[in-house]
Design a protein around this ligand. Structure first.
Ligand code: ADP
Length: 316
């Protein structure tokens, strides 16, 4: 199974046709959706067949709602309830030209810290499935690194995973946050991870190289030889291992309606594929399939329908 350590967020998406102006009341279609990069990755991995547990922090205001949404998506929630702060909320204002303005309250998400950790999270079978299948991978969602308690937690989790020989992956989450933290501090914090998953903008920022293949190779060397997968939007993805580019995957054609969560879908599907024994090339293909699927649906989570799983993973 997979343990994801990261964030749950309540996404409030307001789509309005008229421009916003002060002291006016603008009509909009408003949707309230469960989200958060960590939770979205967990849901996509579960959708792709992995047994998944999510460690995250929510507020008492909506912890029950988030827990139910995770369970419905097939994820075992390990939600800590903050005694003071509400669940993180991101308000997205989307205008007629699909331009987004985000307003964020990181709330309880930025309090996730070492006191939330418990070795037992690496035991048992994620997803509440009987019959074994202990945690075989850990994924640290990038927002964890942008506050002090989260960085401490990341260190504790990596240490515990390392002691058991469990591979750890990290998704840098946001170029804006990386600039705030400093790229050197981030790279120091993730040195030695098994797998790093930046998008093209994050890879360029972290490596100082604009060309994605060069960025991936450079970053692979910088983290100590681990795998670096750079996602390229409609251009698919590429991977570097031990300092050199080894695999590329094209994105299937998709009629994009909402690019939110493409990277989370990619990551969840890739991790599920690796857990199922797929090689890196097959895992990149699985990621690209899920990423293409994600851009055709609104919001960051996979559709809940129980039609055929959209990615088929074959063991290498
Ligand atoms: P992020 O959402 O983190 O910025 P990307 O935009 O690179 O990441 O998208 C992640 C993955 O989703 C891509 O590698 C690709 O596989 C898929 N994807 C994204 N946009 C499209 C698109 N327009 N058409 C097809 N696949 C896409």
């Amino acid at each position: 199974g997979l343990l994801v350590v990261g964030d749950v967020v309540t996404d409030v998406v307001a789509r309005h046709a008229e421009p916003l102006a002060p002291h006016t009341d603008t009509a909009a279609r408003i949707a309230v959706l469960p989200g958060g990069a960590g939770a979205n990755v967990a849901c996509w991995a579960a959708r792709c067949g992995a047994r998944v547990r999510l460690l995250a922090r929510a507020g008492a205001d909506s912890a029950d709602w988030h827990r139910a949404a995770l369970l419905a998506a097939g994820v075992e929630p390990a939600l800590r309830v903050d005694p003071e702060l509400p669940t993180a909320v991101v308000v997205a204002l989307v205008d007629a030209a699909a331009e987004r303005t985000l307003v964020t309250d990181s709330g309880a998400a930025f309090r996730l810290g070492p006191e939330d950790w418990d070795e037992d999270l690496l035991d048992g079978s994620p997803g509440g499935h009987a019959g074994g299948g202990a945690v075989g991978r850990v994924h640290l969602s990038g927002y964890l690194f942008f506050c002090a308690p989260g960085r401490e937690l990341a260190t504790a989790v990596r240490k515990a995973a390392l002691a058991r020989g469990i591979p750890v992956s990290v998704d840098p989450a946001s170029a804006g946050f990386l600039r705030g933290l400093g790229t050197e501090a981030f790279l120091d914090a993730v040195r030695g991870v098994d797998l790093l998953l930046p998008n093209a903008a994050e890879a360029a920022l972290l490596s100082g190289r604009d060309e994605p293949a060069a960025a991936a190779a450079e970053l692979s060397a910088r983290i100590g030889g681990g795998t670096v997968v750079v996602t390229l939007g409609a251009g698919g993805a590429l991977a570097a291992e031990a300092g050199a580019v080894t695999v590329r995957s094209a994105a299937p054609r998709a009629a994009a309606v909402d690019s939110t969560g493409a990277g989370d879908a990619f990551t969840g599907a890739l991790l599920a594929a690796r857990l199922a024994g797929a090689d890196l090339a097959a895992a990149l293909d699985a990621g690209c399939l899920a990423g293409a699927r994600a851009v055709t649906v609104a919001g960051g989570r996979p559709p809940l329908s129980h039609d055929a799983p959209h990615t088929v993973v074959s063991a290498a």
